[in-house]
Design a protein around this ligand. Structure first.
Ligand code: FO1
Length: 315
């Protein structure tokens, strides 16, 4: 990455956190802003919980639990056991270490913005890369299903994303302002690539694109917008993305991802095993590469591939 390049990456959920960690490995702090979905945020037991901000923060700190994909490695659950014993709601698991993050965020939010809280938590974890919420205003993802309207975590965790998804709505998004970090990144004079991490496009990226003016600015900036498919073959790497594409009557493959982003993408990185799709995807330029990330080396490699692809498109 030459000095004159700056990358904006949009991320949410587990897949997003993995590539975010890879980008932070290969780009210096001044050349990257990670903008994270906050539509999954909610209050539980009086705590403000920001799952996607935590997934990205923990992944960059190398503290994440690689099996669960969320929360912290080496977590203990004494609080949950004691809480359950007293009859507390236990559908949303809060680990003992994770609880510290939610408590401190809730305390700090009394006085400062989610952007500032995030910067404080990241600094205390020794992170130097910029992780910013998509907005500091309240936005709540709601899922309209065949069983009615569900708050995001009810749908995703309590109901395990089983109900049939009809529509997704982002309460408050019309009056929410993109965060200062997102605006600064979009207006950065050296902005050279806008990356969409392999997050669930419908649940984790759509809220960011729904913020007033964001989608239009992505398109006006004349900077390559490159997404990494969260689908390999006809399966999501993790989570309900494939099921949701089917429920939205979109092709359940990387082709469906191209359709969903509907003209926004200049490039789409798909898995090497999906080579055959190259001829049927209209619109974005396609590049194939191994996109499954297990180890940090995979995350670095994919980050380098995406950046190389974006540079090729920027010429
Ligand atoms: N996901 C689950 O499936 N079950 C849980 O009990 C759960 C708890 C949890 C606690 C903190 C946190 O930051 C995330 C948590 N998640 C849990 C994942 C969370 O629902 C997702 O990471 C996002 O909201 C969607 O990507």
């Amino acid at each position: 990455m030459s000095r004159s390049e700056f990358v904006l990456a949009l991320a949410g959920g587990v897949g997003g956190a993995k590539l975010a960690a890879g980008l932070a490995e290969v780009l210096p702090p001044e050349a990257l802003t990670l903008v994270v979905n906050t539509g999954d945020d909610f209050r539980l037991h009086g705590l403000h919980i920001s799952p996607d901000l935590d997934s990205v923060m923990y992944a960059l700190a190398g503290l994440h639990d690689p099996v669960r994909g969320w929360g912290l490695a080496g977590e203990s659950w004494a609080f949950m056991q004691a809480f359950r014993r007293l009859g507390g709601e236990d559908w949303f698991q809060l680990g003992d270490q994770d609880l510290a993050t939610h408590l401190l965020r809730t305390q700090l939010l009394h006085d400062v913005s989610l952007t500032e809280v995030t910067a404080t938590l990241c600094a205390r974890l020794g992170l130097r890369h910029r992780i910013v919420p998509m907005t500091d205003d309240p936005v709540g993802t709601r899922v309209l299903t065949d069983e009615g309207l569900l708050q995001f975590q009810d749908y995703f965790v309590r109901r395990r994303a089983q109900p049939v998804l009809r529509r997704v709505m982002f309460d408050g998004v019309e009056s929410a302002r993109p965060s200062a970090g997102l605006i600064a990144a979009l207006q950065h004079p050296q902005l050279s690539a806008i990356l969409i991490c392999p997050s669930n496009p419908v649940l984790s990226i759509a809220p960011i694109l729904a913020l007033p003016g964001v989608r239009a600015q992505l398109q006006d900036r004349r900077v390559p917008v490159v997404a990494v498919s969260p689908i390999i073959g006809s399966r999501a790497v993790k989570g309900p993305a494939a099921k949701i594409l089917g429920e939205l009557a979109l092709p359940v493959s990387a082709l469906g991802i191209a359709h969903y982003y509907d003209g926004l993408l200049d490039g789409l990185l798909i898995d090497s095993s999906d080579e055959a799709l190259c001829t049927s995807i209209r619109g974005p330029r396609i590049r194939t590469a191994p996109i499954l990330m297990h180890e940090l080396a995979d995350k670095r490699a994919l980050a380098l591939t995406v950046l190389d692809f974006a540079r090729e498109l920027h010429r």
